[in-house]
Design a protein around this ligand. Structure first.
Ligand code: HMG
Ligand code: MG
Length: 255
């Protein structure tokens, strides 16, 4: 890949801010989204519609999505856990949703309060409805190389979930190293397995930079022809249900 081929999928306003302990006011979130669009970013994940009991920081998703001024040619996807979140999001003029099954049982229980299989069933309901409504659906898989509860994750299981997400109609699947424990070697093993079931142009890579390996892990992935990279402005981010998860790969480092 050359730099000009790379599609940046910015997750700062969602993955970046969801982990902040102090509530970030809605107008600050909106301003961040406006500044990212002004900087030329074309894909900005802007909110999530998860349970406010689980992630209070994202509880103003409706206000964020109703307040932002949308720039032409910019995509503003939102993260959706279930049909309830989907119905709320649909009142905000949404064009793309992201669903997020876990790659491990332990993380699925902590993050979604259900098994991987049950999570896939719920996400399928969302995907089916969203596609019927004419939306694009993106799939994430979290903990693709390691889980804070289950340890190392075998790539075969991740390839299977990838297949299921494409079967549900996802246009793209983002492989998430949620806690940033990947290495160039584990990323290569993952890519070899997942590329048995997917084309590189339909995959994205989502790294957290816990051990400073984000860019080298990314390079390992780019060598397999990956064109879409998730990153977060100034490396903000982490998941409240993944102990030890630090920030995402920083967008400015990626650029
Ligand atoms: P649950 O407690 O099992 O759900 O949570 P429930 O159906 O029993 O509902 C509990 C309460 O939440 C009820 O309210 C529901 O109405 C409400 P009550 O009756 O008690 O008043 N509720 C909702 N409210 C608003 N919007 C909704 C919604 N759903 C239920 N959508 C659930 C299950 C999935 C909802 C919960 O576990 C949840 O919200 N989890 C999301 C956690 C999260 O946001 N994690 C961070 C994002 S994932 C991530 O960061 C990783 C990623 O970046 C990839 C990577 O890094 O690798 C994507
Ligand atoms: Mg993440």
């Amino acid at each position: 890949s050359t730099v000009s081929d790379i599609r940046i999928y910015e997750v700062g306003p969602r993955d970046g801010l969801q982990n902040e302990s102090k509530f970030v006011p809605t107008d600050v979130k909106v301003e961040l989204i406006h500044k990212l669009a002004a900087a030329g970013i074309k894909n900005i994940e802007s909110a999530s519609f998860v349970s406010p009991k689980w992630v209070k920081q994202m509880s103003d998703g409706t206000d964020v999505m109703k307040t932002i001024k949308r720039s032409p040619g910019v995509n503003y996807p939102v993260l959706i856990p279930n049909l309830k979140g989907y119905e709320t999001a649909m009142k905000c003029n949404i064009e793309e949703v992201a669903i997020f099954p876990a790659g491990s049982e332990g993380f699925s229980q902590k993050n979604l309060n259900c098994s991987v299989e049950e999570g896939l069933k719920r996400f399928k309901e969302v995907a089916v409805q969203a596609i019927k409504d004419g939306l694009r659906v993106r799939g994430y898989i979290s903990c693709v190389v390691g889980c804070p509860y289950d340890g190392p994750i075998h790539p075969k299981g991740i390839a299977k979930i990838t297949e299921e997400l494409f079967a549900m109609g996802c246009y793209e699947v983002s492989l998430g190293d949620t806690i940033g424990v990947g290495t160039a070697g584990s990323v290569q093993r993952l890519m070899r397995e997942v590329l048995n079931v997917a084309k590189p142009e339909n995959l994205a890579l989502h790294f957290h930079d816990t051990y400073g390996q984000g860019l080298s892990n990314l390079l390992a992935g780019l060598e397999f022809g990956i064109k879409t990279v998730d990153s977060s402005i100034s490396g903000l981010g982490g998941c409240p249900y993944a102990r030890g998860a630090t920030g995402n790969l920083a967008t400015e480092d990626l650029v």
